[in-house]
Design a protein around this ligand. Sequence first.
Ligand code: SF4
Length: 54
Amino acid sequence: MIKIDKEKCLGCGACVSACKKGFELKDGKAEVKSANVSCIKQDLEVYLISLLSI
Ligand code: SF4
């Protein structure tokens, strides 16, 4: 399961831009829309590993 640490999320939207099927912004924080899309795995490898817990 993928979860976003909302205390660490800056609401920059970079994850949404990189993976629109996987993430969305709500109230200025990212949320996981669908964990079963390949772009989430790419995001994890590049940057989000520090913000997400699996
Ligand atoms: S989780 Fe998404 S919106 Fe939040 S800081 Fe990271 S890239 Fe930006």
